[in-house]
Ligand binder design. Structure first.
Ligand code: DGL
Length: 279
């Protein structure tokens, strides 16, 4: 068995957030809102994104390399903001790194299972996330009688990155992707991809008010807060401004442009880094 890279727990240490690229800033934004005193270090693997079209083993390898890089910041916990990486990389990450590691699939599934009265849940995500079956597996473990319907929506990621949010093309694409799920009379829909909360209004308008939209970004930040509190790792010292440091693996221009749109504010420091192969 591989030895774990344990770090000393410290309330002042930063929280690491890992994503394939820029979309995980939806999760960072939710965490900053929930835990405004914390310091966040975000790594977006922009050089190798998208992950949602890649093989599970490739995604797991990329994730290990990125988190290995983040460990030098002595992070006290890690959030895997990327749904695709959460679907494929959590066991490898937990085996290798001895800190609390949260993915987005479990928190999103818990919320949906708790809030779905008729036991019929829709899940949308990248092709790789849907292919992994990770959401149906998590949901059925939480609520064995539940019915789960899934739909890959690969065009949503480039539409969001182009800034085509309230756009007729996006509405039409969403209608095409969602009509079968709506026909199944789902009562909740899990947004199983970092980018989809940006399209929440478009998706909600098409699904109608009877369908509850579950945003994993919100639920994971609540769970992170609980995990840090249980382990006495919460930063209690008040911070006058939020702290988010971003690292990317490719030139930062597009990340900054799209990221500022997602955060709705300036991004602060964004630095290009080189992650190494891990054997
Ligand atoms: N971050 C990915 C996810 O949540 C979406 C973008 C990608 O495919 O890399 O699944």
């Amino acid at each position: 068995m591989r030895s774990k890279l344990a770090i000393k727990p410290a309330t002042a240490a930063p929280i690491g957030i890992f994503d394939s690229g820029v979309g995980g800033l939806t999760v960072a934004k939710a965490i900053l809102k929930q835990l405004p005193n914390e310091r966040l270090i975000y790594l977006g693997d922009t050089a190798r994104a998208p992950y949602g079209t890649k093989a599970g083993k490739t995604v797991a390898r990329f994730a290990v390399e990125c988190v290995n890089y983040l460990m030098q910041y002595k992070i006290k916990a890690l959030v895997v903001a990327c749904n695709t990486a959460s679907a494929y990389a959590l066991p490898a990450l937990r085996e290798r790194f001895g800190i609390p590691i949260l993915g987005v699939i479990q928190p999103g599934s818990k919320r949906a299972a708790a809030e779905t009265p008729n036991g019929s849940i829709g899940v949308i995500g990248t092709s790789a996330t849907i292919h992994s079956g990770a959401y149906p597996k998590a949901l059925r473990q939480l609520a064995p009688g539940i019915q789960v319907f899934t739909q890959a929506c690969p065009l949503f990621v480039p539409l969001v990155e182009e800034g085509w949010i309230d756009n007729p093309v996006t509405h039409e694409v969403a209608r095409i992707y969602l009509h079968e799920l709506i026909a199944k009379r789902i009562s909740s829909l899990i947004l199983g991809c970092t980018h989809y909360p940006i399209l929440k209004n478009v998706i909600a308008a098409i699904c109608g008010s009877e369908v509850k939209i579950v945003d994993s970004a919100e639920t994971v930040s609540q769970e992170l807060s609980e995990v840090l509190a249980q382990r006495r790792l919460l930063q209690t010292k008040k911070r006058s401004h939020s702290s988010l440091q971003c690292l990317v693996t490719d030139i930062p221009d597009a990340f900054i442009r799209v990221g500022q749109r997602i955060l709705g504010s300036e991004l602060g420091s964004v630095r290009k880094v080189r992650v190494m192969e891990v054997t």
